[in-house]
Design a protein. Structure first.
Length: 326
C-alpha cells in the first residue's frame, strides 16, 4: 500500500522525462501517485525517475500491519492460523512483489495496479457502491470515469475476504479433511495477501485524488503540490515506526456484521484524514528526519486502523464460514 509511486504505468522513464520537459500532466502508478509537471523543476522529474519503487507503507509497514493483526486473534480462531504470524507478516508486501520491473510483459502490473487504491473525490459519491467490481466499473463509465484510473481497492479487499471465507468453509467440511494441510496453506496465503490491500486502505493517500500533492485548483490552505507520497509512507515509516508503536492500540478481533459496508466506511474514514496529513506536512515535513510526536501519533493510528480492520476481516471470514448460505 504498499503506493502508486514509481512503477511506470504506461510511460517509460525516458518518456516521463520528456513529458516533464514538455510541462504536461503526468500520472504514474505503483500504485498511488499523481504529479503536475507544470509545478516541477527538472530535478523533481529526475527524482521521480531515479527514486526506488514505492508501495503503501513500504515493505516494513505492510509487514507490521499483518504481524500486529495476527497478534490479535481470538482463541476460537483455528490454531494453525493463530500460529502463522511469521508467514502472514512475510506476505504483507506480496502484491508489490508482483510489480517487479524486470518482467518483460506489463500484464501483471497493469491488472494489479488499480487494486491498490481508490481515488475518492467526494465521499458521498462512494457511499453506496455495488458489491461487484464489474457493476462498479459500469457505474464509473456511466459517469465518464475510467475504472482503472479511479481504482478497485474496495473490491480487492472484499474479494480477498471472500476467498478466505470460502477456504475456511472447505476446512470445516469433513469431506475435505484429508486435504486440510493444503487448505490451511491456502488460507494463510490469501489472508496475507488480503492484508496488503487492507493496509493500503489505511493510508489516506490511497483513498484520495490528492495522492501525491494537492491536485485541484482550489487550495485555500496552500497544501503542497509537490510529491509527498513516498516521503510519508516510505521514508518516514521505515525510519520512525516499529510494530510495538501501535500494537497496543489494536483490540482483539471482532466480527463485522456487514463486511462490505464496513470496508467502504473504512476507506472513507481514511480519505477524511487527507487534509490533516497535508497540514502536518506544513508543520513537520514527512521524511526520515521527522521526529515530531504528533506525526508519529497520526501514523501509528492509521497503521493500527489497518491492523484492526484486517484482524476483524480474518475473524469475520472464519465465523462467516460456519453459516449455511440460503
Amino acid at each position: 500500500m504498499i503506493g502508486r509511486f514509481l512503477g511506470l504505468k504506461s510511460l517509460s522513464s525516458a518518456r516521463l522525462l520528456f513529458t516533464c520537459f514538455q510541462i504536461k500532466f503526468v500520472r504514474v502508478t505503483m500504485p498511488h501517485v499523481k504529479r503536475f509537471g507544470a509545478s516541477f523543476s527538472l530535478a523533481v522529474c529526475l527524482g521521480l525517475i531515479l527514486s526506488p519503487p514505492a508501495s503503501a507503507w513500504g515493505d516494513e509497514g505492510h509487514r507490521y500491519v499483518n504481524r500486529v493483526a495476527a497478534e490479535h486473534m481470538p482463541q476460537d480462531m483455528p490454531a494453525f492460523f493463530r500460529n502463522a504470524g511469521v508467514r502472514l507478516s512475510f506476505l504483507g508486501p506480496e502484491p508489490d512483489r508482483w510489480r517487479d520491473g524486470k518482467e518483460l510483459y506489463k500484464a501483471l502490473s497493469e491488472v494489479n495496479g488499480p487494486d491498490h487504491f481508490i481515488d475518492i473525490d467526494k465521499p458521498e459519491n462512494f457511499e453506496a457502491l455495488p458489491n461487484d467490481r464489474y457493476l462498479y466499473a459500469d457505474w464509473l463509465r456511466a459517469h465518464g470515469k475510467e475504472p482503472k484510473d479511479i481504482g478497485y481497492l474496495p473490491y480487492s479487499i472484499l474479494e480477498g475476504y471472500q476467498k478466505i471465507q470460502v477456504l475456511f468453509r472447505m476446512w470445516r467440511d469433513r469431506q475435505h479433511e484429508v486435504e486440510r494441510d493444503q487448505i490451511e496453506q491456502n488460507i494463510v496465503y490469501y489472508a496475507g495477501v488480503l492484508g496488503h490491500y487492507v493496509a493500503d486502505g489505511a493510508q489516506p493517500l490511497h483513498a484520495s485524488i490528492h495522492y501525491n500533492g494537492w491536485t485541484t485548483s482550489s487550495n485555500p490552505q496552500l497544501f503542497t503540490r509537490e510529491p509527498l507520497h513516498w516521503r510519508f509512507e516510505g521514508e518516514y515509516v521505515k525510519a520512525q515506526i516499529k510494530p510495538e508503536d501501535f500494537s497496543g492500540q489494536v483490540k482483539i478481533a471482532s466480527q463485522l456484521q456487514d463486511p462490505f459496508a464496513d470496508i467502504v466506511k473504512y476507506l472513507i474514514d481514511s480519505y477524511n484524514h487527507v487534509p490533516e496529513l497535508y497540514r502536518m506536512d506544513k508543520a513537520a515535513r514527512w521524511d526520515a528526519n521527522n521526529r515530531n510526536a504528533e506525526s508519529k501519533k497520526f501514523v501509528t493510528e492509521r497503521l493500527a486502523a489497518g491492523s484492526q480492520m484486517l484482524a476483524n476481516l480474518w475473524y469475520s471470514a472464519w465465523l462467516g464460514s460456519a453459516k449455511v448460505q440460503s
